[in-house]
Design a protein around this ligand. Structure first.
Ligand code: PLP
Length: 392
């Protein structure tokens, strides 16, 4: 099986596991990090080390990192927290149609509470322009939420250009940076983003842990979504998952050390894959190639049926869209938002590459896809008649 679905999740780096294990057992630092005794302080030290490691990858201060159970929670806390703190009455949010479901569903929930939401439609290449965002602002706009890198098509949004424009206008800016962390340089000292979500399991850390960056200067204020013991400066109560957090810290430190090498490796493989697929006529690359994250390639194949294509590739773990929405079997809403019709959106594959991916695997995957697409087109009466009329 060739696994090319690293945008959905990654395996744990073995070095990360070594950091995590001693935080779980009796002869290690299993204590509650909130406890005020020696073992508690030791666990606390592991948590604080990880906070500094996560902060370092994104150019933040450790005190700006709030631990969560993952980016789904981070996005919920950022968006609901900011809106509830300011008051939902007459409030307005600007976001885009190609955000992750956990942003879109949070916005939908807030609509039931009286918040007005503008869902911007990106251009055909998947990019939401800063001008589009500025035009959508009203005096009631509390927050703009835009992802840094799209998880399905890999487009890098113009968040660095947009951030200072929103700061000037006094609008909070939340960025889902799950697919950007460890792939692109992020420096929050230079980019005035207020709230930023990250997750561990997309960059070789454990599942079930993430963080929300909450800017201190100027301070972004949030209403907590989890009430309890007042952990995490009151923003997120609950006993900290010491081992998960330490694993996330280790994964982020490794990602920082390998950022340039990882990006070069991934972009090289992405370009190789796209180049190999070129032998197929009538395929479309989804997302602006000039604004592409290194690890994602999304391609639509004309003249094949999406389900048949995926079924014909049992040895290849690729995604039809995002893992989160593929349970519904509906064509990708991201590709639909780019203007692809249902049929073409369905006949699309997202290839996502990882640190462990080799050129040989890419060659094998490309060969398998090419063979199956040619075969399925051969079988398709529509494709044949199409081709004949095209030749005539
Ligand atoms: C995976 C992902 C999420 C959700 O993160 P979890 O930690 O799995 O909850 C949010 N946004 C994007 C862009 C993602 O890729």
């Amino acid at each position: 099986m060739i696994y090319l679905d690293y945008a959905a999740t990654t395996p744990l780096d073995p070095r990360v596991l070594q950091i995590m294990l001693p935080l779980l057992t009796a002869d290690g630092s299993f204590a509650n990090p909130a406890s005020t005794h020696g073992p508690g302080y030791k666990a606390r030290a592991a948590v604080e080390k990880a906070r500094a490691q996560v902060a370092a990858l994104i150019g933040a201060e450790p005190g700006e990192i709030v631990w969560t159970s993952g980016a789904t929670e981070s996005n919920n806390l950022a968006i609901k927290g900011a809106l509830e703190f300011r008051g939902v009455r007459n409030a307005h949010i600007v976001t885009s149609r190609t955000e992750h479901k956990c942003v879109l569903d949070t916005c939908r929930h807030l609509e039931t509470q009286g918040v007005r939401v503008t869902y911007l439609k990106p251009g055909a290449e998947g990019v939401v322009s800063p001008e589009q965002v500025l035009e959508a602002l009203t005096p009631e706009t509390v927050l703009v939420s835009l992802m840094w890198v799209n998880n399905e098509i890999g487009v890098v949004q113009e968040v660095t250009r947009l951030a200072p424009l929103l700061r000037e206008r006094g609008v909070l800016f939340h960025v889902d940076a799950v697919q950007a962390a460890g792939k692109l340089a992020i420096d929050l000292r230079a980019v005035p983003i207020d709230l930023l979500s990250v997750s561990a399991h997309k960059i070789y850390g454990p599942k079930g842990v993430g963080a929300l960056y909450v800017r201190k200067k100027p301070r972004a204020r949030l209403a907590p979504q989890m009430h309890g013991g007042g952990h995490e400066w009151g923003m997120r109560s609950g006993t900290l998952a010491t081992h998960q957090i330490a694993g996330m810290g280790a994964a982020f430190e490794i990602a920082a050390a390998q950022l340039a090498a990882d990006a070069e490796h991934l972009a090289g493989l992405r370009d190789l894959l796209w180049q190999r697929l070129q032998v197929l006529p009538r395929i479309l690359r989804n997302g602006d190639p000039g604004r592409a994250a290194p690890h994602v390639l999304n391609v639509s194949f004309e003249g094949v049926e999406g389900e048949a294509l995926r079924a014909s590739l049992p040895g290849l773990a690729v995604s039809s869209g995002s893992a989160c929405s593929s349970a519904t079997q509906e064509p990708s809403y991201v590709l639909r938002a780019l203007g692809r019709d249902d049929e073409l959106a369905n006949a699309s594959l997202r290839f996502s590459l990882g640190r462990g991916t080799t050129a040989e695997q890419v060659e094998q995957a490309a060969a398998a896809v090419i063979e199956q697409v040619l075969w399925l087109r051969e079988l398709s009466p529509i494709w044949v008649s199409d081709r004949v009329s095209g030749d005539a």
